[in-house]
Design a protein around this ligand. Structure first.
Ligand code: URA
Length: 230
């Protein structure tokens, strides 16, 4: 929200007062004088007017979770345990998921209260490759590699998927690098060859790799470097 709107919410101030206060340098954002009424204030920012705290500013929070199979990627669900239920954090209702995994997919899930950061993670055009380990019902054949690299046509969305890199690890196992996150994308891409995905695990998003010390259901805070990598 704009700085002037936040201050206008104070009962003692009208819009003209607010403009003058900001212009006269009496308003600080995160400890620094701010004279720009249009300054975008997020809920992490601390806003002060002279010695009065207008908004205390909440800490931004970022976590990685090793999502177990059978837990829903949602903040609330009537019939299933959710990934948020796995967190032991105060104010966890303020957190949201930076991307989702299917019920029967495991692995790296990012959780935060920073909407701008999570948008950077999830934008279809994001530069953050998502890396999956895949196992399948039928053998994975060498010609799949070119089809994944060329992109596949998804009729429902009327689009062609971005080039994806497929590395065949064994007869029924592969590692896949995606640069977008379409609905059931991995399963649909293998479905193109009538090859059912029997196991799917996300190992990495951009430079953030699932910490191997986290067993399914465990989580940890992201490091400063991991947060800045997005
Ligand atoms: N693609 C899928 O099909 N499922 C997931 O959970 C993630 C990517």
């Amino acid at each position: 929200m704009r700085l002037d709107r936040i201050l206008s919410n104070l009962p003692s101030l009208n819009r003209q007062d607010v403009r003058q206060l900001i212009a006269s340098g009496r308003v600080r954002v995160d400890g620094l004088c701010c004279r720009d009424s249009r300054c975008d204030i997020r809920f992490f920012n601390r806003v002060e007017l002279d010695d009065q705290i207008v908004q205390a500013g909440r800490p931004a929070r970022y976590f990685m979770l090793n999502k177990p199979i059978g837990v829903v990627s949602a903040t609330e669900h009537p019939g299933h345990q959710t990934v948020i239920d796995l967190l032991n954090e105060p104010d966890k209702h303020e957190l949201h998921l930076a991307g989702r995994l299917d019920l029967n997919t495991s692995g790296l899930l990012l959780i935060t209260n920073d909407g701008q950061w999570s948008r950077r993670v999830t934008q279809p055009t994001s530069k953050q490759p998502k890396v999956y380990w895949v196992s399948t019902e039928q053998p994975i054949e060498a010609h799949y590699i070119d089809s994944f690299a060329a992109g596949m046509y998804f009729k429902f969305e009327d689009l062609t998927t971005l080039p994806a890199r497929l590395e065949i690890l064994a007869t029924y196992n592969a590692r896949l690098w995606l640069h977008e996150g379409r609905y059931h994308q991995v399963k649909r891409m293998f479905g193109h060859f009538q090859n059912k995905v029997t196991g799917l695990h996300r190992e990495r998003i951009g430079a953030i790799t699932l910490d191997p010390r986290l067993t399914p259901g465990q989580y940890r805070a992201l490091t400063a470097d991991e947060i800045a990598s997005v």
